[in-house]
Design a protein around this ligand. Structure first.
Ligand SMILES: [Zn+2]
Length: 436
């Protein structure tokens, strides 16, 4: 009896399956992001769907065929973010296929994948286009800086979030990814204006970089410091102020284990010492030393940035916070994360969008970074050689040549110590006088 019931149920199920129409997916949104290495196109779908992807040459095109799908939105190209995509169009080669065609400015290599829904988005089809003529990233040129005598200290400035990841969103729809990028750019400007210091941005546009990709960029640039810039959010809108974070000890040890397992990473964890030919005991001692030095440096620089913040504005907590942030897990680059303000606080949300606040925040962070490097300069850097140099305030009637001869240094050294190109100096400017 029971068996017969089961068979009847099965038959019913089979007939249902056969008669169900193929569920068509609908394309409900389209976005593009371009970073220096690739262009990413994203199609929002209301459900998962099968797709085919191929390229055509002369002219360069990428074609996506989505099975049983439809589209009823205008596909507009956001040119500012379009990278190597010149235009987008779509059509229906047969009644079960939606075809989207990207016209490209050059030929590209493809990668594609489907993403599951998140709080922000529905199902997505992501297509990455890697330009074949891609030039080397600007980060690479900083590597040559490392071997020069009196090199500059390099600070990797990381604007949090970006692209598909907007970060926290304020009441007035201010997006964290936008304001932190502006602060990061101001921070780079402020750092570059300091003699002996230079900054690289992990991202300089509206695109997403995976968290490990961020600190890997810092390591590739041989950065002396990694600073990630964010804006905080909390359910209580009255909460406000800046905070500074370092990695908690627990987070550090788990990432350490992961990196150790990856021999490619392990080989340059301790300043280029190849560990493969050392015995395991020595390797783990070397790595441990490198990592505890990194942790100590991170604590110090975080404390210096926090004190600079206390002198300049409202801090959220009086002490450096500790958290298990993936982006801080570089075992050999001291790393800190700055929550500049609370985007969930209406007053701070407004200030985050203001240039004056962005510049003041950049100045405040730079002062903290400067305090750190002047008190513990890495050997071989310009700061190590010049930190005891005198300061001179330019007075009316001064010339650069006159100041140089007064301190018995060459004009060129005075110029390069202060990043001056010509001969123009302004009254009231503070000059660094390098020690001879
Ligand atoms: Zn954030």
């Amino acid at each position: 009896m029971r068996k017969r019931l089961l068979i009847a149920a099965l038959l019913l199920l089979v007939s249902l399956l056969v008669s169900l129409p193929v569920l068509a997916a609908e394309v409900s949104g389209f976005r593009v992001w371009a970073d220096p290495a690739k262009t990413r196109a994203v199609l929002d779908l209301d459900r998962k769907t099968a797709y085919k992807l191929f390229t055509l040459e002369n002219p360069h095109r990428v074609v996506v065929d989505l099975q049983g799908s439809s589209i009823d939105i205008p596909v507009e190209l956001d040119e500012e973010h379009a990278g190597i995509i010149k235009s987008v169009r779509y059509g229906q080669p047969d009644k079960n296929t939606l075809r989207v065609v990207f016209d490209l400015s050059e030929s590209a290599e493809l990668k594609s994948f489907l993403l599951d829904p998140t709080a922000q988005y529905s199902h997505r089809l992501v297509i990455d286009l890697f330009s074949k003529s891609n030039q080397k990233s600007s980060l690479v040129k900083h590597v040559t800086n490392i071997s020069k005598p009196n090199r500059e200290v390099v600070i990797a400035v990381d604007a949090g979030h970006g692209g598909e990841d907007p970060g926290a969103i304020g009441k007035k729809r201010t997006r964290e990814k936008d304001v932190v990028l502006r602060i990061a750019r101001e921070l780079k400007k402020a750092i570059d204006a300091e003699p002996g210091m230079s900054a690289v941005l992990t991202r300089d546009g509206d695109y997403y970089i995976p968290l490990r990709g961020r600190y890997e960029k810092a390591r590739k640039a041989r950065a002396d410091l990694f600073v990630s810039i964010h804006a905080d959010a909390f359910t209580k809108t009255s909460v406000r102020g800046s905070s500074v974070f370092v990695l908690s000890a627990r987070g550090a040890s788990s990432e350490f284990a992961r990196l150790l397992a990856d021999s490619e990473n392990a080989s340059d964890l301790v300043g280029g010492v190849t560990l493969n030919d050392k015995d395991d005991m020595l390797a783990s001692v070397l790595l441990d030393l490198s990592q505890s030095a990194t942790r100590e440096a991170s604590n110090k620089v975080a404390a210096d940035i926090l004190s600079s913040m206390k002198r300049n504005g409202k801090v959220h907590k009086p002490n450096v916070g500790r958290a298990n942030f993936m982006v801080l897990k570089s075992p050999d680059v001291p790393s800190v994360l700055v929550e500049t303000a609370f985007i969930s606080n209406p007053g701070e949300e407004k200030r985050l969008t203001e240039k004056e606040f962005q510049q003041r925040m950049a100045r405040t962070i730079t002062n903290g970074i400067k305090d750190y490097f002047y008190s513990s300069p890495p050997p071989g850097t310009w700061i190590a050689a010049n930190r005891n140099g005198q300061k001179y305030i330019v007075a009316r009637g001064d010339t650069l040549g006159g100041i140089a001869s007064r301190y018995r240094i060459s004009l060129n050294r005075l110029r390069s110590a202060n990043k001056i190109n010509g001969d123009v100096i302004h009254v009231g400017r503070e000059l660094v006088i390098p020690t001879s």
